[in-house]
Design a protein. Sequence first.
Length: 381
Amino acid sequence: MSRLVIIGTGLAGYTLAREFRKRDQDTELTIITRDDGSSYSKPMLSNALEKGKSADTLVMANAEKMATDLNARILTRTDVANIDTTENNVTTDKQTIPYDQLVLANGAYTISAPIGGNASEQIISVNNLDDYRIFRSQLEIGKRVVIIGAGLIGCEFANDLSSIGAEISIVDLAEQALGRLLPTTAADTLKEKLSALGVTWQLDNAVTEVNKGDDGLVVSLKDGTTLNADIVLSAIGLRADLTLAETAGIDTGRGIMVDRFLRSSNEHIYALGDCAQVEDLHLPFVMPLMNAARALAATLSGEQTAVNYPAMPVVVKTPCYPIIVCPPPRPVEGAWDEEQTDGGVRATYKDADNKVLGFVLTGDLTRERMAMSKLVDDWLV
């Protein structure tokens, strides 16, 4: 009997397992995870407060139910120590598991800034359900929150924290919110909308130290400003977890390098999700992951299927100012053309030939998502 092993029970790992089981009910399936194996929607972590969701109520199914539903063996709280590409087996901290096909879906880890101070170890990040449990438990202690990072996750958490009356400050080296995704007008308006909810900003600035104070934490910034906080939340970004792949001698770049069939430089090992780089594209978003999982499930079940990426807009979860952004998937020279209307901002990113490479829609104009998507070429054909 063929043996498929998946490392990771996040959205990538579980989506692949579900899609695979639609096609193949017989292959021996083992899924390995360092957490408790709960099935939940990771994107909901940054807007769970407004929806009244605790860590427990975010769980859609526990590992036992997932094992039953998927006819799989799920090894929880298990660390993978090594991949032997000669013998085709995975060594964990508990046992050795053979495979015929192995999928790395072990995601990404949070980037840490070099911050000093005697309380720098108290800076937290939210990258999984365990992290979110810690975050929620600390929220019960105090509601003064300093967020490091004014990107996608930082702004989403700021909007969400405002729903419980938290006192929020955002610090970022950039001069605007969502600096990598939004043109100026849209970014300025988002900043205004979040400010109206009580968010204060320290842009073109950086956290240098976090120290213990008489009343919680003292956050020191590079310009000499100090902020008082109960929680310091780092939302700088994520980096693909390449440790296992690199140790196994698998080619890596920004992610684990795979072809259109999600196959790595080793013919028996595949990758998808936040840890994967499909050809030249590393897209740590939900829709690319879903497309990749469906294609890989077909390939693993015997039907060789290349992944295709249409243009896939991203919904920014800031209810105070709805935003849909479709960034160019590759670095390319161009300029934003913004139009401010009563309903919001409509912006297109165009190259020198006036070709539309990406777009942003805000406010009421987000309803134009489908029409605007048709103007942008597929990302991977």
